[in-house]
Design a protein around this ligand. Structure first.
Ligand code: PLP
Length: 349
């Protein structure tokens, strides 16, 4: 059983099918049929993404994935405001956390908000670190190790009354929650977590405050990101997003059923020697589980013929989880934890 969909997903067969039909020409070449054709295909794909998400086409920037989107948005805004104050959380994905840590070494004023005892970033905790000159806040929607949903609506409403720019890495919320894109100034999405290929992601720029480009070169994507557009990947991503929106209710049901099936499986095979780490305000795609008296890494290695999963984030596979540490887990509890994550396109039952 592949149970590591929070790390990466297989490409959906329909996504594969549409990618095979994409022509090779350069989007910016305008003088021959192939170029006109790809321009039409990519423009349609962009329009479809915009319609599904309820945003404008010109707010979409194609990137190589969520790591690049996070770097682009965070560095691109913060470096515009040398006198500003900036906030993120201690449980962000490393592509956010390490970007802030790097900016801190350059002298930028950064604060880190910790989760409450349920692993959730709340408005109350955020308010404790807000300053008069806070300019930009980056808080993920759903944590990739715990599955806990942060207080995004409350945080967004508060930040917008204060005119503070708000970015959210929604990688693990896409396709799992109904998302209101009006909550955000900037959004990060990754293709390979939603059955699209690896190497494609979105940075969505809703604010008029545009991040400084990470990649300079020619004027592709209105100067947001230089580099030739990746035809197949863009069209694959657009198709994957369309599948999410077309199948949302059914996908949600399958994710719930997968999770319940897994809980029964754990009951039958482990009895009461396992604990579900987070129970409240969680998505149904991620289950953080502690196997009592077992080291998670060894458990996964010994049972890899039955379960293919991770202990936590695949970006920090050999370190004890800083996310669980921030959630006040003991070293022993961290060692015992594994993460099981599900796809709406692969039924376990
Ligand atoms: N943000 C979150 C919450 C993630 O879970 C991941 C991947 O693990 C990333 C960012 C990085 O995504 P990508 O592989 O597209 O760079």
């Amino acid at each position: 059983m592949y149970l590591d969909h929070a790390a990466t997903t297989k490409i959906h067969p329909e996504v594969k099918k549409v990618m095979e039909k994409v022509s090779f020409a350069n989007y910016n070449a305008q003088y021959y049929e192939g170029a006109k054709d790809i321009k039409k295909q990519i423009d349609n794909a962009t329009m479809s993404i915009a319609n599904n998400l309820g945003i404008n086409e010109n707010e979409i920037v194609y990137t190589s994935g969520a790591t690049e989107s996070n770097n682009y948005i965070i560095k691109g805004i913060i470096t515009k405001y040398p006198k500003g104050h900036f906030i993120t959380s201690t449980i962000e994905h490393k592509s956010v956390l390490e970007t802030f840590k790097y900016l801190e070494t350059l002298g930028y004023d950064i604060s880190y908000v910790s989760p409450n005892n349920k692993g959730q970033i709340t408005l109350k905790n955020l308010k404790e670190v807000i300053k008069n000159n806070t300019k930009f806040v980056s808080i993920m929607y759903v944590n990739n190790e715990t599955g806990v949903i942060n207080e995004i609506e409350e945080i967004s409403t508060f930040l917008h009354t204060k005119k503070i720019l708000f970015h959210s890495d929604i990688v693990q919320a896409m396709g799992k929650l109904k998302i209101n894109f009006n909550l955000f100034d900037y959004v990060t999405i990754s293709g390979h977590k939603i059955a699209a290929p690896k190497g494609i992601g979105l940075a969505i720029i809703r604010s008029n405050d545009i991040p400084i480009s990470l990649l300079h070169g020619s004027n592709q994507q209105n100067g947001h990101r230089a580099g030739t557009l990746t035809n197949e990947l863009i069209i694959g991503l657009s198709c994957a997003i369309d599948l999410i929106y077309k199948n949302f209710d059914n996908n949600k049901k399958v994710l719930e059923q997968n999770k319940n099936w897994m809980l029964n499986f754990l009951d039958e095979n482990l009895g009461n020697s396992y604990v579900v780490n987070f129970q409240e305000s969680i998505v149904s795609s991620i289950l953080s589980v502690r196997i009592k008296g077992q080291i998670g890494q060894i458990f996964l290695l010994e049972n890899s013929d039955i379960i293919e999963a991770s202990t936590g984030s695949s970006c920090s596979i050999n370190e004890p989880s800083y996310v669980l540490k921030e959630c006040n887990f003991s070293d022993e509890e961290i060692q015992e934890t594994i993460r099981l994550s599900f796809s709406p396109y692969e039924k376990l039952f």
